[in-house]
Write a protein that binds this ligand. Structure first.
Ligand code: ADP
Length: 405
């Protein structure tokens, strides 16, 4: 079956068409700058094969509907397309950021599901409306095809109360659903599954710490295939130090800044999300720029690297305590897959906990899964490239198969 994966943002639509037999990518691309003066669609048909064709077009794209129409048209284009008609597509899988407490699983979309996603808008005011736009437009353009929502939060719904309730007045949870939800769930679940498979073990018998380090960063304690704790919280701000997001800070900093710097909550919120993290400390949010700056003797860039990797290590320690036995650590996403120094600094000094890094194996980038541990390491260390599109496609398909049984 061919599955179209859609990740709809406020001004963009990322798409990928996968043939699930053999799990290969037939087409991949991005519609961007929707609603702006000059929009753009770019991508690749039959990527990685001899027939690979690049597409690129600059054209005004007034709304998501016309953006999605363009996706349908490039896929079906007589010359460069990969399918003859939209009817060849069997399923559309949508990434949805916030499923709240309602969605523990990917779910076939109907009007009730749309209503429930709408009800979760207060929890993700920037993301869920954009995801919904993508869903509604895709349902209009592909009316005969099942649509499945795959939620970033769903994998973390197994986290027990002791780890997801904040020590705040309990009414805030009851009235406003203030609690830890966690994000990047599709990625954590995917690399956990791949890791146990590659280790030749049952996921239900394996304890893992999954470490997603990209622009956004998060870590999860995965016990026997179930997420039991994660670092991102009610919003994608808590936990690790990210590109522009602070991660954990003392919550009293808010009122201090109001008094001392005259900042209001909107300004503080924007600062914590957009001007903090690595960028806040040293001015660069891309790890490659940070390495370049460190090489030129930039002390702040060095400090940003130290602060991020120290926080990573602290969370690994916490999750080792939470899990008891840990079989493997798994690095993934842009930094996790590509950055030997971040991995090395994150794991430095964990030998006494059974985590022994092989520096030689660690010294490269990974485009396919590999290990980093020494022969004597009690805990295995893996790098497994994440593949959220494939994960969404697999999950969407499995939901449909379950429904049909
Ligand atoms: P997103 O969270 O946006 O999906 P990615 O997983 O693509 O992010 O990760 C983006 C980050 O990965 C960049 O900010 C950059 O710091 C890092 N990155 C990508 N390539 C490399 C590389 N070769 N070396 C070091 N860091 C890299």
């Amino acid at each position: 079956m061919k599955v179209l994966v859609i990740n709809s943002g406020s001004s963009s639509i990322k798409f990928q068409l996968l043939e699930m037999e053999g799990e290969h990518v037939m087409a991949t691309g991005l519609v961007e700058r929707i609603g702006e003066k000059f929009g753009r669609i770019s991508g690749s048909m039959h990527p990685g094969s001899a027939d690979q064709t690049a597409i690129e077009k600059e054209v005004m794209i007034p709304d998501h509907k016309s953006g999605m129409e363009m996706v349908g048209n490039v896929l079906c284009d007589e010359q460069s397309g990969v399918v003859r008609s939209r009817r060849e597509i069997g399923l559309v899988g949508h990434r949805v950021v916030h499923g709240g407490e309602v969605f523990h699983q990917p779910t076939v979309i109907d009007t009730t599901v749309i209503e429930a996603i709408k009800e979760n808008i207060p929890l993700a005011p920037l993301h869920n409306p954009a995801n919904l736009d993508g869903i509604e437009v895709a349902m209009e353009l592909f009316p005969a095809i099942a649509q499945v929502a795959v939620f970033d939060t769903a994998f973390h719904q197994t986290i027990p109360q002791r780890a997801h309730i904040y020590a705040l007045p309990y009414e805030l949870y009851e009235r406003h659903r203030v609690r830890r939800y966690g994000f990047h769930g599709t990625s954590h679940k995917f690399v956990a599954g791949e890791c146990s498979r590659l280790m030749g073990r049952e996921l239900s018998e394996t304890n893992l710490i999954t470490i997603h380090l990209g622009n956004g960063c998060s870590m999860s304690a995965v016990e026997q295939g179930r997420s039991i704790d994660t670092s991102l919280g009610m919003t994608p701000l808590e936990g690790l130090v990210m590109g522009t997001r602070s991660g954990d800070v003392d919550p009293a900093i808010h009122s201090f800044l109001e008094r001392a710097a005259g900042m209001n909550l909107t300004q503080i919120d924007a600062m914590l999300n957009k001007d903090s993290g690595l960028k806040g400390i040293c001015g660069f949010n891309d790890m490659r720029d940070i390495h370049a700056a460190v090489a030129e003797g930039d002390e702040r860039a060095r400090l940003a690297l130290e602060v991020q990797t120290y926080r990573n290590k602290k969370y690994i320690g916490a999750y080792m305590a939470v899990l008891g036995r840990v079989d493997a650590l798994v690095f993934t996403a842009g930094i996790g897959e590509n950055d030997p120094l971040v991995r090395q600094k994150t794991l430095a000094g964990l030998d006494h906990l059974g985590v022994e890094l092989d520096y030689e194996k660690n010294s490269r980038r990974f485009t396919s899964p590999g290990t980093l541990h020494t022969g004597g390491s009690r805990v295995q260390i893996w790098v497994i490239p994440t593949n959220e599109e494939l994960a969404i496609a697999r999950e969407s398909l499995s939901v449909l198969e379950d429904e049909n049984h």
